[in-house]
Design a protein around this ligand. Sequence first.
Ligand code: ATP
Length: 270
Amino acid sequence: SRAKLFDEKTEVKTTFKDVAGLEGAKEEIQEIVEFLKTPEKYTILGGKIPKGALLVGPPGTGKTLLAKAVAGEAKVPFFSLSGSDFVEMFVGVGASRVRDLFKQAKDKAPSIIFIDEIDAVGRARGKNNMSGGNDERENTLNQLLTEMDGFGTNTHVIVIAATNRADVLDKALMRAGRFDRQIYVDLPDIRERKEIFEVHLAPLKKVENLDTEFLAKQTPGFSGADIANVCNEAALIAARNNKTAVDKQDFLDAVDRIVGGLEKKNKIVT
Ligand code: ATP
């Protein structure tokens, strides 16, 4: 059976309300929402709408969430795939998959294409050839560049890509007319962690006096994904103990668990 080419969501429900913190990034990316909603407004004086934006930041900080929110806010379809899906592909498959993806997105324009982990395909070409190189990866990257260059000014497809390794990317990707906008998505500070807790606590049955400020203080270095994880884990711990509402101790236990997991993940093997 043929593997799924890419993911397509016609009606995206995610909006900026779902993205806590990240005020600067939201403000910057709001521009793309405007371009998608009223492209004519921006091209009237001969200007060209940007084709792509690169979201750069550590894992789990909300890059995918933010890209989805752009689609939700602009009410346009969201096409997504992950760069890592290309890694073990047969010759020719990567490039043709990119071609199909862009064709679909153009047919449904205005639309967004989201490429997660673009570094998996977008590493600088001609390096890392120690293992005999990876021609398929290069073919895929070349096809991506070709597609973006082929956009006319009124294609109205915007490509958003995400990476946590902007330093390894092929400089050709950053050239004008490609991913010429870069938006940084950092780990949340204490105030942002509080806001992220509030988003992920909302759907839970919890005690009334939960102090989100306290929870934010207990979680330095946590990403948004880690905090989402803490909230879910806390609800499971409380349920396991037959409680009717998640309380402070459940959150502390969940934080311990996640910290344990993070320490294991970050352990340096010597
Ligand atoms: P990766 O680099 O690992 O792909 P990412 O930066 O794309 O990560 P997301 O996939 O967007 O991160 O985040 C994972 C989940 O973590 C989100 O679906 C959401 O539940 C939660 N999350 C992350 N950041 C935020 C945030 N700023 N506000 C609310 N929830 C967040």
